[in-house]
Write a protein that binds this ligand. Structure first.
Ligand code: AGP
Length: 608
């Protein structure tokens, strides 16, 4: 996720755009850049790191009056965070400058074709191809050139373009990434969300996929790709600036749960082709993966829970042994690892010290390391042999939500990829692939009713001091993750057990003051789990549960329940996640805590 902003009109100083860009810093901050046009030329300035670094570097230029300008704050996806890869990107002539939020999936093919035609590239980004494509199609009409260029792109984009020979004009286009437009009597603005535009107007136009916008002074015109004029209604935005940053949600955590369909979509992008899973990132070690007899996984916290689901998935689908360790244990134990070993290290931040030390230890024994992380340029991404990015977008809430569901998405795909390398039947794997392709829509539907259901249940349960989460098979890691979310943000003591373990001790804890959160999907272990639930009921424990839609057997036992759509056994953890997260979220709210800033916790644990 990156942020883009553009401004044109009367008396614009560079510092005005920098200020607007700062409103988008939450969308990424590994580098920032600006392109502005005075009456003669387009100039580009970029800097690694936060927007403040750019502002300091600009110095006197901040006061310069310009005709139009565009800017970008980056969250790297293609190419490490560096000044060179920072936006805006330009064409060979330096006359065209482009900022982009999104991912161009076919940029490699386009890049090769453009290099053949003589274009010279200076960055590793997918975005630079857009500037060169516009150059290729430019014959004096910038809007036409942009319209032509976007027809060649597949993937997602929101772009803004300025050209040396078009002072005061900005051309913008979108497909799959957000873009908002607004204007007042003197100026027109575009931005990735409404926050930078609120200073100018409360009437916003939300660009739709396929729209091309032409901004000049205080004018906004919208066209289709073939040049037909389109009328888009504006929307009145009543948010203050703080809630606008959170997309109108009360907390980042809630916003990030609602980001999940889009994050899963981004994680899937480019990974499924011809009904097969592709991981170009793994090309260099695919031989090692096919030969290996055992895979090791290391991770902490929520990432560890995602790893537990992966372990079961790989054992079920690829018939390959997986050993998983919490990274803080792995780094100090005698690991049976050698040059044939594959170690998968899962870390959202890519900076968790224990996971990094585990990686270093495994590497020193000759293992090949696959890192799964959300942060391009993170330490783990630099030290691993191969890196798979989550592309979940920046997560600000300390409790992992959208990064957990994207970890699961990537891990299911990786499991399917490994199973294919191990010659598992296509039919078995196709079922997973087809279901995964539907996941963004399934989660979108779930989010249309889940908040109400979870709020009601939270009202029933938020006063309890303890919780016991239980599940079997794929639902045991879900129980661990549900309990962790509740502990983290509501400070209720919550533990998780394999449902079959209750009678070996934990059941002694239960009474009418100690409720049970039972995870009982309609999978091959349902009857077993249900009989454990009945045992807890006999101890007077109140039960809240998750089951499959329309499951009468479960609904007879559990009154306070959440119902999820039917899916393949292995995929239940993914569709249950929003419910577990929302239940914890509302309990935290009802207990009057701030779920975005839980006490004693940091987003990334860079100490031992
Ligand atoms: C999850 O809600 C927590 N914030 C925490 O358990 C986290 O998953 C853990 O610290 C690992 O972080 P990482 O994925 O960045 O390595």
């Amino acid at each position: 996720m990156c942020g883009i902003v553009g401004l044109t009109g009367k008396d614009i100083r560079v510092k005005e755009l920098v200020k607007a860009l700062k409103k988008l810093e939450y969308r990424g901050y590994d580098s920032a850049g600006i392109a502005f046009q005075d009456k003669e030329n387009v100039y580009v300035k970029k800097e690694k790191g936060r927007i403040l670094n750019l502002e300091n570097m600009l110095g006197d230029i901040n006061e310069k009056i310009v005709e139009s300008c565009i800017a970008h704050t980056r969250w790297a996806t293609h190419g490490e965070p560096s000044e060179l890869n920072a936006h805006p990107h330009t064409d060979c002539t330096g006359k065209i400058a482009v900022v982009h939020n999104g991912i161009i999936e076919n940029y490699m093919e386009i890049k090769h074709a453009l290099i053949e035609k003589g274009h010279r590239f200076s960055s590793e980004t997918d975005t630079e191809v857009i500037a060169h494509l516009i150059e290729e199609y430019y014959y004096g009409d910038l809007q036409k050139a942009v319209s032509h260029a976007i027809l060649d792109l597949s993937g997602a984009y929101a772009i803004a373009v300025i050209h040396n020979d078009h002072p005061g004009e900005i051309i913008a286009a979108r497909k799959g990434s957000p873009l908002v437009l607004g204007k007042n009597d003197d100026k027109a603005i575009l931005a990735s969300d409404v926050t930078p535009a609120l200073k100018y107007t409360r009437e916003m136009i939300f660009l739709e996929d396929g729209d091309i916008a032409h901004l000049s002074e205080n004018k906004i015109e919208i066209f289709s790709v073939n040049g037909t004029r389109i009328n888009r209604q504006s929307t009145l935005i009543n948010w203050d600036e703080e809630s606008a940053e959170k997309g109108g949600f009360e907390h980042f955590m809630l916003k990030e749960i609602f980001d999940e369909p889009q994050s899963i979509r981004s994680a899937l992008m480019g990974k499924i082709s011809d009904e097969k899973v592709v991981f170009k990132e793994l090309d260099s070690i695919s031989e090692n993966i096919s030969k290996t007899k055992k895979i090791n996984v290391i991770a902490c916290g929520t990432s560890y829970h995602a790893g537990l689901i992966f372990k079961k998935f790989i054992e079920d689908y690829a018939n390959t042994e997986v050993e998983i360790d919490v990274a803080s244990e792995f780094r100090y134990k005698n690991n049976i690892i050698d040059t044939d070993s594959i170690v998968i290290a899962i870390s959202q931040s890519g900076e968790t010290t224990d996971t990094l030390e585990g990686v270093r230890k495994a590497k020193s024994k000759g293992a090949k390391i696959i890192a799964i992380t959300n942060i391009v340029g993170s330490t783990i991404s630099r030290e691993a042999d191969a890196v798979i990015y989550l592309n979940a977008g920046l997560e600000i809430g300390v409790a992992a939500t959208k990064t957990y569901v994207t970890q699961l998405t990537i891990l299911y795909l990786l499991g399917t990829y490994i199973a294919a390398l191990k010659n598992v039947s296509k039919d078995k794997l196709n079922k997973i692939i087809l279901n995964m392709m539907d996941m963004p829509t399934v989660i979108e539907n779930i989010l249309s009713y889940a908040p109400d259901v979870c709020l009601q249940l939270a009202k029933e349960f938020y006063k309890y001091k303890h919780f016991m989460y239980i599940g079997r098979g794929y639902s045991y890691p879900s129980a661990l993750e549900g309990a962790l979310k509740l502990k983290e943000i509501s400070y209720i003591h919550a533990s998780a057990y394999q449902a079959g373990e209750l009678k070996h001790g934990p059941i002694a804890l239960l009474d009418d003051e100690f409720p049970v959160f039972a995870i009982v999907p309609d999978d091959e272990l349902k009857k077993k789990t249900l009989s454990n639930v009945i045992e807890t009921k006999a101890r007077n424990a109140k039960i809240v549960g998750i089951c499959t839609e329309g499951d009468k057997e479960v609904s007879k036992i559990i009154n306070s329940r959440i119902e999820v759509p039917k899916t393949i056994d292995a995929l239940y953890p993914l569709i249950m996640s929003p419910f577990l997260q929302l239940f914890a979220y509302y309990v935290s709210i009802l207990r009057k805590y701030d779920p975005d800033k839980p006490r004693n916790l940091a987003k990334s644990v860079t100490v031992e």
